[in-house]
Design a binder for this molecule. Sequence first.
Ligand code: MN
Length: 131
Amino acid sequence: MSGGLILVVEDNALNMKLLRDVFRSQGYRVVESVTVEDGLDVARAEHPDLILMDIHLPGMDGVSALKKLKADPKTSDIPVIAVTASAMPMERKEIIAAGFDGYQTKPLSVKELNGEIRSVLESRAQGSSDR
Ligand code: MN
């Protein structure tokens, strides 16, 4: 999906910069939100190919955001990868159970991130060719 659009919802400026640099260097376009509220608006308006969602955000958190995305027919088919600083087993379990398509922990590993993005996008491409 060269040239595809990735929405990053992240309130930490350094992580945002890392994600932006990684995606842009691979030819993706990046749109950025620092709050869920703004991110939901962008997701509905631009229908990105993938969303990277920080879990700990000011205002609404990333898990609540995922529920809203999945409940809206305009955004329910967009794959969402969770990003969180916490690697606590309980929280990881909750995040997977919430229905995220993938999961990355901070500090982010560019290699792991790339692998996960590729696997999510490839499984999407195999699953549906009609969008
Ligand atoms: Mn955060």
